[in-house]
Each structure stands twice: as structure tokens, then as C-alpha cells.
Design a protein around this ligand. Structure first.
Ligand SMILES: Nc1ncnc2c1ncn2[C@@H]1O[C@H](C[S@+](CC[C@H]([NH3+])C(=O)[O-])CC(=O)[O-])[C@@H](O)[C@H]1O
Ligand SMILES: O=C(O)C(=O)Cc1ccccc1
Length: 243
């Protein structure tokens, strides 16, 4: 059981930019489950889609793997394949260390390696499935297209990118509605107004979110022939793009 997230529970004199440090690692499962609507459903879908798109003799990547939740979801669905390995990458050493410990608690015949690297500089090759479950939103906006281009180039024909993101609506009033019902979801999960406000202030400089239209356009620009939202709850969505 992970500890309860109380990172923003007390008033802070100044809210600093959010970082994935040891304090966040300790509460991460509780934080993500109480903050991201549909997180468990998305993990289940990542498992299902991995089963369909993973190929023998290929690499599967989990970019921004945190504690390896998507890595585990993927791994459960590829044991019938030959010569596959899963590579999880995260640039937070605290996350990577805890992820490695966590994965030791599960058994599988599918090899997994977890690397502490910046995904902007990782080598990607021979991929059949690349998962970015709420990671692209932390990449500087101008780096997103070059990163997606490298992902596209690393994919084998028929390979897929599984991309989950918080998004904003083009319409200010519809955006306000989605943000508001997401905050209501957080309140229902026990976060106070203060926690919601301080988290928002901490994250606004580090998490720059796009519209779904921008995501679809960018995926098309780098070469994906098809992209489709397969899950949405409030302002959170999961897309698949196929090479
Ligand atoms: N440039 C980067 N290079 C590597 N890692 C990065 C980078 N930028 C951010 N990260 C990492 O991306 C992760 C984002 S969390 C992903 C959840 C997970 N996918 C899950 O399925 O539970 C989502 C969230 O907390 O909102 C963090 O662990 C960062 O260290
Ligand atoms: O914590 C929140 O309320 C957020 O919106 C941040 C967030 C967004 C997407 C994944 C995890 C956390």
C-alpha cells in the first residue's frame, strides 16, 4: 500500500514547480489514482491494445514509466510472443529505483529493463508498441514533434503509439466545464480546495497541455496514418496512433 498523498495539504508560503522526487514517489500510486479519472481503465486498455499490436522480435517501450504500472499492464499480454523485451524509461532516479524494486515483486518470462534516461535522448529501435501514459505533457512543447518523429521512425510497420494525456478544449467555456468537473472528481476523492489550488500552481509551468486537435495533427505530421481516442473522461484522454 502506498502512502496517502498530502503533498499540498498544508498552506505553502510559496509553491515551487512540481518535481518527481522521493516525496512524490512515496505517494505516487495514491496521487495518480485520486487525480486521473479512469487511470485503472486506461491501464487495462493499454494491456488489451498491447496484446493486439505487439510483435515477436520487437521492443516495447514505456516512456515516462514512473513506477511501472503501464510496463506491468503491457507485460501481462505479451508472454505468447518470441523475442520481446520491455524497456521502461524515466528521468527521475527516485522513480526508477522504486520501479525496479516494485517490478521485482512480479514474476514473468518477459524481460524488462528500466533505464534512468531523458526520453528526449534515448535510443529507440525495432518497436512494436510505444506507450506514453501521461508523459508527453511534461515534455517542452517545442520538443514534442521531434520526439514523436523519433518514436514514429522507431516503429515497425503496423506498430502503435499509445498516448494518454490531459488536454484542453478549444472552447473556453467547454474547457472551464471540463476543468471544473475534474476538480469535483478530485474533491470527491478527498482533496481539499487548498490541495487542488496548490497542485495546480505547482504543475502549471511544468505541464503544458495541448488540445486533442493538436495531438491528432501532430501525429499525422510525423507520419501516423491513423489516430483515434479510445478512452476519455473529462479532460483526460487516451489515443492510439498506428504506423
Ligand atoms: N524527459 C523525460 N524523460 C523521461 N521521463 C520523463 C521526462 N519528463 C517526465 N518524465 C517522467 O514522466 C512521468 C510522468 S507520470 C507517468 C505515469 C506512468 N506512465 C504510469 O502509467 O503510471 C504522470 C504524472 O505524474 O502526471 C514521471 O515519472 C516523470 O519523471
Ligand atoms: O493532479 C492533477 O489534478 C493533474 O491534473 C495533474 C496530472 C495530470 C495528468 C496525470 C497526472 C497528474
Amino acid at each position: 500500500m502506498s502512502k496517502k498523498d498530502a503533498i499540498f495539504a498544508e498552506p505553502l508560503p510559496q509553491v515551487s514547480d512540481f518535481v518527481f522526487d522521493q516525496n512524490v514517489v512515496e505517494v505516487f500510486p495514491d496521487m495518480i489514482n485520486r487525480s486521473v479519472p479512469g487511470y485503472q481503465s486506461i491501464l487495462q486498455g493499454i494491456g488489451q491494445l498491447t496484446k493486439r499490436f505487439a510483435q515477436s522480435h520487437s521492443n516495447l517501450y514505456d516512456l515516462g514509466c514512473s513506477l511501472g504500472a503501464a510496463t506491468l499492464a503491457m507485460r501481462q499480454h505479451v508472454s505468447h510472443l518470441e523475442q520481446v523485451q520491455i524497456i521502461g524509461i524515466d528521468n527521475s532516479s527516485a522513480m526508477v529505483e522504486r520501479c525496479q524494486l516494485h517490478l521485482q515483486g512480479y514474476r514473468s518470462t518477459v524481460p524488462v529493463s528500466i533505464r534512468c534516461e531523458d526520453i528526449l535522448h534515448s535510443e529507440l529501435s525495432e518497436a512494436s508498441v510505444v506507450t506514453m501514459n501521461f508523459t508527453l505533457q511534461f515534455v517542452p512543447p517545442e520538443q514534442r514533434q521531434p520526439l514523436l518523429q523519433r518514436i514514429y521512425d522507431s516503429l515497425k510497420p503496423g506498430g502503435a503509439l499509445l498516448l494518454s494525456e490531459k488536454f484542453r478544449s478549444n472552447s473556453p467555456s467547454m474547457n472551464e466545464l471540463l476543468v471544473d468537473i475534474h476538480h469535483e472528481f478530485k474533491r470527491a476523492n478527498g482533496y481539499s480546495e487548498l490541495e487542488i489550488a496548490q497542485k495546480r500552481a505547482a504543475i502549471e509551468n511544468v505541464m503544458r497541455i495541448d488540445t486533442l486537435e493538436t495531438h491528432h495533427q501532430r501525429l499525422q505530421q510525423v507520419g501516423f496514418s491513423q489516430s483515434q481516442v479510445w478512452f476519455q473522461c473529462y479532460n483526460f484522454a487516451a489515443l492510439i496512433a498506428v504506423k
